[in-house]
Design a protein around this ligand. Structure first.
Ligand SMILES: CC(C)(COP(=O)(O)OP(=O)(O)OC[C@H]1O[C@@H](n2cnc3c(N)ncnc32)[C@H](O)[C@@H]1OP(=O)(O)O)[C@@H](O)C(=O)NCCC(=O)NCCS
Length: 236
């Protein structure tokens, strides 16, 4: 990956980067060197080697990209964490407010970068739906729409909706401390959208925009922000 400097996104943009987390040994070694002591410790706590390697590659590429925006080396990018674990970068140039959010599913990683407003991103490899999943994820209204779908439609709609909800909860920084039905969607709308209700409030939903991501034919994805009038710029 290039190390040339990058300009921050404008308020009408969210930069989206995507990469493969399964890399060769020499790239892995390079990413390992970019991580902090705290990240090394976390990497060493993974039970499975594949998960350890993917975490290191995710954090390494994240640091490399953030470093290009902030004009720091990857090692010098300073990360702190919100109350529910959302990472953010400190030590930005005066007046800069770069926000980011990372997501990974299997070997796919995606990173959203915004400036001046919080962003959330989620990617989900499409897989079989367990029986309990719709009950855990959907509101009563959403479940009625879901139940009316054909079997052929259900899997794609389920993961599209899940990615939207998780992206919104990650934009807020709460993750699943809030229930998934906090953000409620119209399941008949595909692609870019806005929630119908946020915490039961229709007015609050008008402040949100969700853009669809299609990292691959087997992956669903979404980017969310409590901010209107922005579009995705694909940076790959
Ligand atoms: C945030 C959350 C939805 C992510 O779930 P996941 O299945 O790991 O999903 P993703 O791959 O999309 O996201 C992971 C990335 O999101 C970021 N992240 C972590 N916590 C986050 C949060 N609260 N909000 C937004 N992003 C968060 C991290 O960059 C993380 O990747 P990394 O650890 O490799 O850097 C889930 O961990 C959650 O609900 N957390 C909040 C509740 C909680 O556990 N709090 C206690 C921790 S202090």
């Amino acid at each position: 990956m290039s190390s040339s400097p990058l300009s921050p996104p404008s308020v009408q943009e969210v930069h989206v980067w995507q990469w493969d987390l399964d890399v060769c040994a020499s790239d892995f070694e390079r990413y390992w060197e970019m991580l902090s002591a705290q990240e090394h410790e976390r990497a060493d706590n993974f039970r499975f080697e594949r998960h350890r390697r993917r975490y290191v590659t995710g954090r390494g590429v994240l640091r490399q990209i953030l470093g290009r925006y902030l004009a720091h080396s990857p090692q010098a990018v300073a990360l702190e964490y919100g109350a529910e674990g959302k990472p953010f970068c400190t030590s930005q140039p005066a007046g800069w407010t770069i926000c980011f959010n990372l997501s990974h599913s299997e070997n796919t990683a995606a990173l959203a970068i915004s400036s001046g407003f919080e962003v959330g991103i989620d990617v989900e490899h499409v897989r079989p739906i367990e029986e309990s999943m719709p009950l855990q994820v959907f509101s009563t209204r959403e479940r009625e729409q879901f139940d009316a779908l054909s079997d052929a439609e259900r899997q794609a709609v389920f993961f599209e909706t899940w990615a939207r909800k998780e992206a919104c909860l990650k934009a807020l920084g709460t993750g699943f401390i809030l229930p998934p039905e906090h953000f409620e969607f119209d399941l008949s709308v595909h692609g870019d959208t806005a929630p119908r209700f946020v915490g039961g409030d229709a007015e609050e939903s008008t402040h949100w925009r969700i853009r669809a991501l299609s990292p691959s034919p087997t992956c669903a994805g979404a980017v969310a922000a409590r901010h209107t009038g922005w579009s995705i710029i694909n940076m790959n």
